[in-house]
Write a protein that binds this ligand. Structure first.
Ligand SMILES: Cc1ncc(COP(=O)(O)O)c(CN[C@@H](CCCC(=O)O)C(=O)O)c1O
Length: 404
């Protein structure tokens, strides 16, 4: 029989898909002697493995066969109840469990984005969100950003111009806390303006907040979601869709996350999720539910302190080893910082030379929805032991100097 032309058989949606740079890079860094500042991986040596084992046994003891039977699409009720209890005014009915917040982004893309819809994104933004939204054919609009994150005054001008053209964006995607990939945090004043502006123009906001608890400098700031709830008083009238995850505060491999949103959104997410995976694994939800009371707060404290130390080490290394003219952000929390090299340098071309020096990073260009950023890179400090950070940054500094 003639060889099948599989490419010709792919759907239009499939044709829009492309590989995730982070996932592809992750394969490269499986070589043990490479110091990997690439993937946003939580520190594995901090994982509470004993607690997870005990929680799994407790869940199987408590629920028996139900722990490995089909569960509801909405998710394990005790877990949803705990999540709802963290935000005044929120109820379990407005909380939907997802298999990682990556699935939340995919399902939200599926239920919200028509081909050609305008979607406002930060420049740069989380490349995984671009990967989830891309198959649904959005038209991206980059929000102006500065060292403090989204420039809300410039955003207002952009929205006014779009309204004059009769093309108001459908969706705005933002990461207010310790943004991926820049590490920046949006100020309280800008958060209030962002909630007001998006509400005034009828733009739905996806607030992606997997890092909010990982603050190691300064004061915790309210989420866009809680600011919106203060204003409208009812989850069913909030235009903010809040996503968060247990990946960075507990462990990523259990794939437990959630969405908080108005009922018309969560109802549709349930239908989309029925078609995607029926439900998030039952046992892992029960394990997380066993851990949230006592283990989670302790784990958050451990991780915050460890990442604060690692961020400080990395910043000291950058100051010592990186050449003049290189700029970098100084995060107050999370797992990343962002490096801008002098114009004209190319971090994609530079990566193989860094790998020869046994150090890896994520080139910045895939984080831009509309191209650019060739002279930028993302560095993650969470997944490198303190000794490795010093050595890795010194090796990276030497690589940059040889390229300048
Ligand atoms: C802003 C933002 N939103 C959602 C996610 C996905 O996290 P989960 O699916 O909840 O584990 C992430 C996780 N991003 C990491 C993890 C990706 C790791 C990987 O692809 O192996 C990264 O940027 O490196 C994120 O930063």
């Amino acid at each position: 029989p003639a060889a099948l032309d599989f490419a010709a058989l792919l759907s239009d949606r499939a044709r829009r898909m492309k590989a995730s740079t982070i996932r592809e890079l992750l394969k490269l860094t499986q070589q043990p002697d490479i110091i990997n500042f690439g993937g946003g991986l939580p520190a594995p040596e901090l994982f509470p493995l004993g607690d997870i084992q005990r929680a799994a046994n407790a869940a199987l003891e408590r629920y028996g066969p139900a722990a490995v039977q089909y569960g509801t699409t909405e998710g394990h009720l005790p877990l949803r109840e705990w999540i709802a209890a963290q935000t005044p005014g929120l109820t379990p009915a407005h909380v939907q469990i997802t298999t990682g917040s990556q699935q939340a982004l995919d399902l939200l893309g599926k239920v919200l984005i028509n081909e050609g819809d305008l979607v406002l994104v930060e420049a740069p933004t989380y490349l995984g969100a671009l990967q989830s939204f891309q198959p649904y054919g959005p038209q991206y609009l980059e929000m102006p950003t500065d060292e403090y994150g989204i420039d809300v005054d410039a955003l207002e001008e952009l929205l006014k111009a779009q309204r004059r053209k009769g093309q108001v964006p459908k969706l705005l995607y933002a990461i207010p806390n310790f943004q991926n990939p820049t590490g920046r945090t949006l100020s309280l004043e800008r958060r209030r303006r962002l909630v007001e502006l998006s509400g005034e123009y009828g733009v739905l906001v996806i607030e992606d907040d997997p890092y909010g608890k990982l603050r190691f400098v300064g004061e915790e700031l309210p989420s866009l979601y809680s600011l919106s709830l203060e204003r409208c008083g009812d989850p069913d009238r909030s235009h903010i869709i809040y996503c968060s995850s247990f990946s960075k505060t507990l462990v990523p491999g259990l794939r437990d996350a959630w969405v908080q949103a108005a009922a018309p959104i969560t109802d549709k997410l349930v239908q989309a999720k029925q078609g995607a995976d029926l439900h998030t694994p039952t046992l892992t939800q029960m394990i997380v539910a066993e851990l949230v009371q006592d283990v989670l707060p302790r784990q958050i404290e451990r991780v915050r302190v460890a990442y604060g130390e690692r961020a400080a080490l990395m910043l000291a290394g950058l100051r010592e080893h990186f050449p003049q003219g290189v700029q970098f952000t100084e995060p107050e929390g999370g797992m990343f910082l962002w490096v801008t090299l002098p114009e004209g340098m190319d971090t994609v071309a530079l990566l193989p030379r860094a790998v020869e020096n046994r150090v890896a990073y994520v080139p910045g260009s895939p984080f831009y929805a509309q191209g650019g950023g060739a002279n930028t890179m993302r560095l993650s400090y969470s997944n490198a032991a303190p000794a490795q950070i010093e050595a890795g940054i010194a090796a990276l500094g030497a690589t940059l100097r040889s390229a300048l």
